[in-house]
Design a protein around this ligand. Structure first.
Ligand code: TYM
Length: 342
């Protein structure tokens, strides 16, 4: 069954594991905000249960979850228009994940690049949750029968696995119940790279803070990081082909395009021929203009944490109203006695 036979619904999630950065903003948050009002219900989640697949200090986890909620709202996600909540308040995610643990195969999980990267050489010592992570992610999406999932490029493999789980469940039980979800990986900034190395993704776990722009950085820090970003000695090209083999130049132009809502070709027609000495201050001004109102608003929202908690509680209730009947029906399909009577 294709996703088009289901009511269109958007779902996506972000881990509350600290250091929200420009990649999260351009690859996810900004696009989440843009997808509101497109005649699709939008459901957005702080995936705290995913975060604990690696160790999280409990008080930091709570702080990061609230800060991430503030980040969603400051980036333009409206908690009335969208459903905004944290994963652990909707137990249906974990319940469906268990069913999917019994549908998915070990080999599927062991092939995931994120598992290999995060577990590293010491797989025996990684948590079982880290291995099963994609099964919980499939449950996050499918417990809402979500059809569209906006993410950055690094989540593509997990979304393919989500489709595999839905297909196998539907085949195993001979029923077209779960939609085959469409990944939405679009725009100039689906893979924002490190400012220090154009071959590495911008990441919260990079030991160098100069490699990323954090959403809590002030104007001086943003300008400094862009000024010091690695580049090459040539002027910017006037067309997209000219970025070939120039990963750092491509990254800065992509960032400029995404922040200014233009295509890369449009940006190059404006800045082609300029040296980085001219382009970097333009990019810094744009980044500060876009990001500093967000960080100011995040700080303001964090002053009233009980309001954030109320938003998350209300979002969780709205999320459960969708998830509970889908989980009940899943239990019934699987043959669990008492399904539908919870
Ligand atoms: P997470 O928390 O690592 O990242 C959140 C979102 O930010 C995007 N992203 C980037 N985009 C562009 N450039 C970058 N450098 C960059 N770094 C991160 C990610 O692609 C993601 O969209 N497994 C997910 C969370 C998750 C989820 C889900 C997502 C759990 N359940 C269900 C969608 C649907 C993750 O770890 O994202």
């Amino acid at each position: 069954m294709s996703a088009t036979q289901f009511t269109p619904r958007v779902f996506s999630g972000i881990q509350p594991s600290g250091n929200l950065h420009l990649g999260n903003y351009l690859g996810a948050l900004k696009r989440f905000a843009d997808m509101q009002g497109l005649e699709m219900e939008t459901v957005y989640c702080m995936v705290d249960m995913h975060a604990i697949t690696v160790w999280q200090d409990p008080s930091e986890l709570a702080h990061s979850t609230r800060e991430l909620c503030a980040g969603f709202i400051a980036a333009g996600v409206d908690p009335e228009q969208s459903i905004l909540f944290n994963q652990s308040q909707v137990p249906e995610h974990a319940q469906l994940a268990w069913i999917f643990n019994c549908v998915a195969r070990m080999g599927w999980m062991q092939r995931m690049t994120q598992w290999k990267d995060k577990a590293g050489k010491n797989q025996q010592n990684a948590s079982l949750g880290l291995l099963a992570y994609p099964s919980l992610m499939a449950a996050d999406i499918l417990v809402y029968h979500a059809t569209h999932v906006p993410v950055g490029d690094d989540q593509k493999q997990h979304l393919e696995l989500t489709r595999d789980i839905a297909i196998k469940f539907n085949n195993d039980f001979g029923i077209d119940f779960f939609p085959i979800t469409e990944p939405v990986i679009e725009g100039a900034a689906t893979r924002v790279m490190s400012l220090r190395d154009g071959a590495k993704k911008m990441s919260k776990s990079d030991p160098s803070d100069m490699s990323r722009i954090n959403m809590t950085d002030d104007a001086d820090a943003i300008a400094k990081k862009i000024r010091k970003a690695k580049t090459d000695p040539d002027a910017l090209p006037s067309d997209v082909d000219g970025l070939e083999g120039r990963p750092e130049a491509r990254n800065l132009v992509n960032i400029y395009a995404a922040l200014s809502d233009q295509t890369v070709a449009q940006v190059l027609s404006e800045v082609g021929g300029k040296q980085f000495g001219t382009f970097k201050p333009m990019l810094a001004d744009l980044a500060v203009a876009r990001l500093s109102p967000i960080s100011t608003e995040m700080a303001r929202l964090m002053n009233d944490q009980s309001e954030i908690d109320r938003i998350l509680a209300r979002g969780s209730e709205r999320a459960r109203a969708i998830a509970a009947p889908i989980l009940d029906r899943t239990y019934e399909i699987v043959g669990m006695v008492g399904a539908g009577k919870r």
